[in-house]
Design a protein around this ligand. Structure first.
Ligand code: 4EZ
Length: 233
């Protein structure tokens, strides 16, 4: 079994590499891929760089070049739902691209022909994650994540994304990773810890909480790996 663990920024995977201690580094297509064996499974770990294009490249590479059979994403996000506060964990049930727009042709936001507005995440991994949350005594909210190539720091844009997609949080990589994994039939799990509220204070909040929130998410994802190994799913 080979499991991919992916982030967008160095800070999002650093805690995972730290926990592993020993790994090999391979450069491929402009990124570093870190490989390790962990409790009898193979891990491939990488950060993609920010945005949908880089995250598409990295997730596809992890699957097609490195042979990953499951993909877990760990990172931070801006909250839309008022129930999500800095440090809270959210797992995506489904994801959408909020900046995909051919509405001029009568299509809904997030839709292109032969695509879909939402890509659904793997139910089994979400169910497993709720067991992990229980064992860690943590609350794990489930919700919709909207992805786009914008750092949203604007109440109006954030609210539009919330109402248009029913989204609970937003970020810049989840939906593209979801499209790749869905197309290649690889079960995926997108976890985010909140770093900001995508409002006018977002950049300050992001800078202040990136590291601590990224750590929250990474710690949970490593428990997910443990649970996957134990349950043999
Ligand atoms: C993108 N990531 C942010 C990258 C910001 C600055 C150097 C997550 C994220 C986010 N994305 C946290 N808060 C966000 C927000 N308000 N809008 C978009 O995945 C890089």
């Amino acid at each position: 079994m080979k499991i991919a663990i992916m982030g967008a920024m160095p800070e999002e995977i650093a805690p995972i590499l730290e926990q592993l201690g020993e790994y090999t580094t391979t450069q491929y297509a402009g990124n570093n891929y870190y490989e390790a064996s962990y409790k009898g499974v193979e891990l491939v770990i990488a950060y993609s760089k920010i945005g949908k294009v880089f995250s598409t490249l990295t997730s596809a590479t992890m699957i097609e070049h490195f042979g990953a059979q499951k993909l877990l994403f760990s990172g931070v996000a801006g909250a839309i739902s008022p129930t999500l506060k800095v440090g809270d964990l959210l797992v995506a049930t489904k994801l959408s691209q909020h900046d995909l727009d051919i509405t001029a042709f009568g299509h809904p936001f997030g839709y292109v022909p032969e695509g879909a507005v939402y890509v659904e995440a793997d139910r089994e991994l979400i169910t497993l994650s709720q067991k992990v949350a229980l064992s860690m005594n943590k609350t794990l909210q489930e919700g919709i994540i909207a992805t786009g190539d914008q750092f949203v720091a604007n109440e109006e844009r954030k609210n539009w994304i919330g109402t248009t997609f029913g989204a609970d949080a937003l970020e810049m990589e989840g939906a593209s990773v979801a499209v790749v994994c869905d197309a290649l039939n690889v079960p995926f799990f997108i976890l985010r810890a909140i770093s900001d509220a995508a409002d006018m204070d977002a950049s300050f909040s992001f800078d202040a909480f990136l590291e601590t929130s990224a750590k929250e998410s990474a710690a949970f994802v490593m428990k997910m790996v443990d649970a996957i190994i134990e349950q043999n799913v």
